[in-house]
Design a protein around this ligand. Structure first.
Ligand code: ADP
Ligand code: MG
Length: 738
């Protein structure tokens, strides 16, 4: 990969956990790892090799030994990354290592002990402290999501019924890159809220698993934080920058036993390892730099981390190690993996004004609510002014920009409501006491006042609801420069700044030392001048020895890598054999037990979905071809409900014959004998029946369709009942009224 100006490499740090009790009881000689903290080097001793064999040395951006504190790792290696995220970059931190080496401890740690809080809680503190200390013209929106990848399926950990819901899909858009569709995202206003989100997710993770340790060692957990920041730019418009932070606790990197298992178990084992081996392949392809194709699409994890590996992001990898001799092989694999990752180049850039910024939508909604509220308050104030007899009036409520004026309007609006209530109460009292009014009139007036009061209350309630909605919305946006406690705590702030400076310095120092070491080796020969031959021989012998040792080291390394390659190849071959066997078995069943036409039907329905990267069945009858399959109505039947014979047409034209009635229901001559209304001889009814107007009949309002005989003119319809109205159509029979 070519280096350009804005590219930077993935930062790789290594952390070794202390020996645990069980390992300690095995004796003090158990430690196989040594570290040079100043140079950032790790030395690994092979416990089974003779003591003369040289140790393996690896150099990283930083190393943390068993005594290292969570805070040190955070300040030195993570803080700069979070600062970048707050400035609008994408950032990723992932913990890689064997199960039990401290990935979860590093990422989460013990929440209750401030000394042992891991990267994630420290990042929460960092983000929210930064927001509270920033200038007041900045607005922030922070949201969080939590997901896990288990057996190549993505599960939303913030969705209440996470276990039962179906796995989520990955989607890709040109603007945001790869994202998870329908993933829950919680807006967080404080550290407490975001911690709550984390806890909910952790609990969901534990509930879904029968054996937590087993589950967490086989699944990847991704905590995603998006920080959107809006700030007025030099052009006077508000610009939004979006920083996305991925905090990833990977599955245990140890080899899952694949040999000797078959069927479902085999597929499961293959799937569990798939994401991690795909990650390894991606890292290798990127580190190699020569291969054009990077297999991001091989797994869900690599697709999600696509930007973090060789793309638009700043990335820190924390490789965790265990010091016990029995895990020598795994430790070595982890170190090699981490060493390769150092070579990956990323091209981070600030995400400025992306189209999908939620902050902008929030700002628009808040503005809309505020305008609505202002409008209401202005209306009330104007009413009050009218009551007060003031002629001063304004057309546009938006003109109230000044705080004082705003307050005045608010006060006036409140006062108006109070005064109005009092006035109505007084009027009610006056009505009650008025002896000249009739009881009925009194009741009516009181009712009216009551209704007015109800309206007033409703109006007020609506305003209150609107205010609550507005406040809730507004509180989600965090504004800088509001933390008063922080201002009083200057000393602590200074202390923090000093600590960051020290971390920065030690980082620089290490970088310089590493550079010096590399240069030293190159220029050793050039600088040396010898006074005597003897001295020259000595110096050169020393150098020869050194180089020879290095050569041996590299030879051993090559041997190791070859061996590792052979084993993994064997394993892959074995998996391939087993999968081929299974495939042959399936083919055998298909060829011998499934009829060829059935097979063809299934084959024809298969289509490849490039979006989801898998084969899918098409629906049985494709929706778009449905209309083509339906027969068109023959043109001979224009104007009729269905094809109709010539004879039928003639018959209809001649006379309504019962056989052809069904051709058109509208032309039906309904057999409507009038109801026997003789017993219902009421004067009012008779009166109504004589009404000649059809329009005033209630049946019209009721939407009753009037049926008419196709060969007779309509008559006026008496409308005492809908039943009768229908009967009226029957021209042959006179209606009851007639
Ligand atoms: P993983 O997530 O890699 O499987 P864990 O984070 O669960 O491993 O760590 C295993 C155990 O080791 C835990 O009990 C944890 O407290 C302990 N541990 C890991 N790293 C450290 C460390 N740096 N200091 C102290 N204890 C640690
Ligand atoms: Mg873990």
């Amino acid at each position: 990969m070519s280096k350009n100006k804005s590219s930077e490499s993935v930062k790789v740090v290594v952390r070794c956990r202390p020996l645990n009790r069980k390992e300690e009881s095995n004796g003090p000689g158990g430690d196989i790892i040594q570290m040079d903290l100043r140079l950032g080097q790790v030395f690994l001793r092979n416990p089974r090799a003779p003591a003369s064999e040289p140790q393996k040395t690896f150099t990283f951006d930083a190393v943390y030994d068993a005594k290292s504190k969570q805070r040190d790792l955070y300040d030195e290696s993570v803080r700069p990354l979070i600062d970048s995220v707050l400035a609008g970059f994408n950032g990723t931190i992932f913990a890689y290592g064997q199960t039990g080496t401290g990935k979860t401890y590093t990422m989460q740690g013990a929440w209750l002990d401030p000394e042992k809080r891991g990267v994630i809680p420290n990042a929460f503190d960092h983000i929210f402290t930064h927001i509270s200390r920033s200038q007041s013209d900045k607005q922030y929106l922070v949201r969080a999501s939590y997901l896990e990848i288990y057996r190549e399926e993505i599960r939303d950990l913030l969705c209440p019924n996470h276990g039962s819901t179906r796995a989520l899909d990955l989607r890709e858009s040109p603007e945001t890159g790869v994202y998870v569709r329908d993933l829950t995202s919680c807006v967080c206003k404080s550290i407490k809220e975001i911690e709550e989100v984390m806890n909910v997710g952790n609990q969901a993770r534990a509930v879904g698993a029968t054996d937590m340790n087993e589950h967490s060692s086989r699944s990847h957990a991704l905590f995603l934080i998006t920080v959107e920041c809006s700030q007025p730019g030099p052009d006077g418009r508000k610009h939004i920058r979006v920083g996305r932070l991925n905090l990833v606790d990977l599955a245990g990197s140890e080899r899952q036993a694949k040999t000797g298992v078959q069927g479902e178990r085999l597929k499961e084992a293959a799937k569990i390892n798939l994401s991690l081996s795909a990650l390894g392949n991606v890292i290798s392809a990127l580190a190699d730099g020569r291969s054009g194709h990077v297999p991001y699409r091989d797994s869900k994890l690599t697709r999600l981390l696509q930007d973090s590996l060789g793309g638009n992001a700043k990335t820190v990898m924390v490789a965790t190690l265990g010091p016990a001799p029995q895990h020598y092989e795994e430790t070595l694999t982890t170190l090699r993996y981490a060493n390769r990752a150092k070579n990956i180049q990323n091209q981070p850039r600030v995400n400025e004004d992306p189209k999908d910024a939620l902050l902008r939508e929030f700002q628009k909604e808040i503005a809309r609510l505020r305008a609505q509220l202002n409008h209401r308050k202005w209306r009330n104030k104007q009413k009050k002014d009218r009551v007060d007899g003031e002629s001063w009036e304004r057309d546009r409520e938006e003109e109230t920009e000044g705080e004082e004026e705003q307050e005045e309007v608010e006060k006036a609006a409140e006062e108006y409501v109070k005064l109005e209530e009092q006035r109505l109460e007084r009027e009610k009292e006056a009505i009650r006491e008025d002896r000249f009014l009739l009881a009925e009139e009194k009741q009516r007036l009181l009712g009216e006042k009551e209704r007015m009061m109800g309206d007033l209350r409703k109006e007020q309630e609506a305003t209150e609801q609107l205010t609550a909605k507005y406040k809730a919305m507004e509180s989600k946006l965090l504004v800088g420069g509001k933390n008063i406690i922080d201002h009083t705590n200057e000393q602590q702030k200074m202390l923090e700044v000093k600590r960051h400076e020290i971390a920065e310095q030690s980082r620089n120092e290490r970088e310089m030392q590493q550079q010096m070491l590399a240069q030293d080796e190159e220029t050793l020969e050039l600088r040396e001048t010898f006074t005597s031959l003897q001295q020259e021989v000595e110096a050169k012998t020393k150098k020869l020895k050194k180089l020879y040792a290095k050569l041996q080291c590299i030879k051993a390394e090559i041997q190791d890598v070859n061996n590792e390659h052979v084993t993994s190849r064997q394993e892959l071959e074995q998996t391939q054999n087993e999968l081929t066997r299974e495939l042959k078995f399936k083919y055998l069943i298909i060829e011998n037990f499934i009829p060829p036409e059935e097979k063809n039907k299934i084959m024809n329905r298969l289509t490849f979905d490039p979006e989801e990267d898998q084969w899918k069945f098409q629906p049985l009858v494709p929706a778009e071809s449905k209309s083509l399959q339906m027969k068109k109505r023959p043109t001979s039947a224009v104007g009729y409900k269905r094809p109709i014979s010539q004879y039928a047409r003639v018959a209809i034209a001649m006379r309504a014959h019962s056989r052809y009635r069904a051709e058109n229901i509208m032309f039906l001559e309904l057999d409507m004998t009038p109801p026997n209304a003789a017993s219902l001889d009421r004067s009012a009814e008779a009166e109504l029946n004589q009404s000649p107007s059809l329009d005033s009949s209630p049946t019209k309002d009721r939407g009753v369709r009037k049926s008419r005989s196709w060969c007779q003119t309509p008559k006026s319809i008496p409308s005492s009942s809908s039943n009768v109205s229908l009967a009226a159509c029957h021209a042959a029979t006179p209606t009851a009224a007639q």
